[in-house]
Design a binder for this molecule. Structure first.
Ligand SMILES: [Zn+2]
Length: 70
């Protein structure tokens, strides 16, 4: 089932820089000028548990100056 696209006021396309040409529905965001399209699976993830947890881990930057932990 497709939900209708709605324009996002003030949104600028990251690809062609067109303003007020970005439309979005519950599943994806796309540009009506160029072929830019981005899926919004991160906002509504019905099956997030199926994703490997190793990919969901945030990257940690180790500080070389602090070695007290561990
Ligand atoms: Zn565009």
């Amino acid at each position: 089932m497709n939900t209708p696209y709605r324009f996002i006021a003030g949104a600028v396309c990251p690809q062609c820089r067109a303003e007020d040409r970005i439309v979005a529905n519950d599943f994806s965001v796309k540009c009506v000028v160029c072929d830019f399209e981005e899926f919004r699976e991160d906002q509504k993830a019905p099956a997030s548990e199926s994703m490997p947890k190793t990919l969901a881990q945030p990257i940690r930057f180790l500080k070389p100056s602090k070695n007290e932990e561990g």
